[in-house]
Design a protein around this ligand. Structure first.
Ligand SMILES: C[S@@+](CC[C@H](N)C(=O)[O-])C[C@H]1O[C@@H](n2cnc3c(N)ncnc32)[C@H](O)[C@@H]1O
Length: 218
């Protein structure tokens, strides 16, 4: 069986046997091959570059898996009614734009698994503004980097500023990794604040507020 890295392994646990998956940014395709082998489900895996897709196709031959559709596609361009969309290792604003440019598909997508590289607050705000709620949320450490993974499902839940900032499910289950993650964010925000000139008045206020929020939580 394929050995996935910790982030992809955790993502795979959010996929169920009844899901049909559309994986955006599949790269080497290992998550997709693993899902097909483990769950026997249909996976449609896309990437917007030929190089990663070629290696994904090679990997599927190595692991002798046929029932994956690997295609070149920018985001949801080749989407075909899969209920579960995965976006991992992509920038948060790209994840948002992918959905903004194909709002017509939202009615068919009941689960979105996101592990964005950045802009997690914006990701939470956007997906919860288009009819999803945050069902699950975890942190996972892989080779010294801590990643956030969010699972959005159809529904409505009210969130406050703190929920958007830290993640509502992460706040409910604070653990050592949560403290480590926000401790490192705190350190970098303090450094940025120190280096930021006084002319950036509003940005300094925003940073100061974020630092206070983190100090209160960890
Ligand atoms: C860092 S890799 C992540 C691979 C894997 N999903 C993971 O999390 O380990 C990001 C992949 O997303 C692809 N990508 C970036 N933007 C994309 C887009 N708009 N549509 C499709 N693929 C995209 C890149 O070509 C790259 O192969």
């Amino acid at each position: 069986m394929i050995k996935l890295n910790s982030k992809l392994e955790e993502i795979s646990k959010f996929v169920n046997i009844e899901d049909r998956v559309y994986d955006i940014g599949c790269d080497h395709g290992l998550l997709d091959i693993y899902l097909v082998k483990k769950l026997g489900i249909f996976v449609h895996a896309v990437d917007n570059k030929e190089g990663p897709l070629d290696s994904a196709k090679k990997n599927s031959k190595i692991y002798n898996v046929n029932n994956i559709v690997f295609e070149i596609s920018n985001g949801l361009d080749k989407y075909n009614k899969e209920n579960c969309v995965i976006m991992a290792g992509i920038g948060g604003l790209t994840c948002i734009n992918i959905f903004k440019s194909h709002k017509e598909y939202i009615k068919n997508i009941d689960k979105i698994i996101v592990s964005a590289n950045n802009f997690q607050i914006e990701v939470r705000k956007y997906f919860t503004s288009i009819g999803y709620k945050i069902e699950k949320e975890i942190l996972v450490k892989d080779k010294k980097i801590i990643y956030e993974i969010e699972v959005f499902v159809k529904g409505k839940e009210i969130y406050n500023k703190k929920d958007y900032f830290f993640g509502p499910r992460l706040l409910e289950n604070k653990n050592n990794l949560f403290n480590e993650y926000y401790d490192s964010k705190l350190k970098s925000k303090r450094i940025i604040l120190k280096l930021m000139g006084n002319k950036y008045f509003f940005r300094r206020i925003k940073l100061n507020n974020e630092i206070k929020m983190i100090e209160e939580e960890i």
